[in-house]
Design a protein. Sequence first.
Length: 196
Amino acid sequence: MQMGFYFDQTRCTGCKACVVACKDWFDIPVGDATRIKILYNEHNKWPDVRVKYLTATCYHCLDPVCADACPENAMFKRDEDGIVDLNVDACVGIDECGGGCLKACPYDAPQFGTESNPKMWKCDLCAERLGKGQEAICVESCPTRALDIAPLDELKAKYGEKEVVVARGRKLKEGDEFFYSSRTNPAVLINPKVTT
């Protein structure tokens, strides 16, 4: 089984409730570092400006290059559900390894704090909550129900195969469309908001 992430761009208002709930649940300090981000993209010109948002997180790729880039094997793909997880005790910190996992990930999912030689952390799809039959904290907190997490086959059956805008070869950053990396094969479905 492969767990997956669904994002409905037509429903997201950019409220960042998912970001706040995630930071609160995992006790992440105030600042830019977080397990989930909302990216902002503006289209057209005044008076017909269109805005859309993109939820950026770890997409628990079928072929996680971040795990391959970790010299300590601290990152791994779980056999039972396909979640890309982390053994934080095995992580030696960015000063020692240079952050190979972050450099390898096209979605900038691995995160490092601001403390001395910070260790890496990232979204784990709230695996502990899922194991208790609860929703992931980002899904539970989304007021517009733009997020869902479930086995990828169930998401495809529920929402259909979603087309994504492809812009290969760059890191995901503010103002970008989502790009599907065929090198990593992210376990994500996106219902795109079409702007003209």
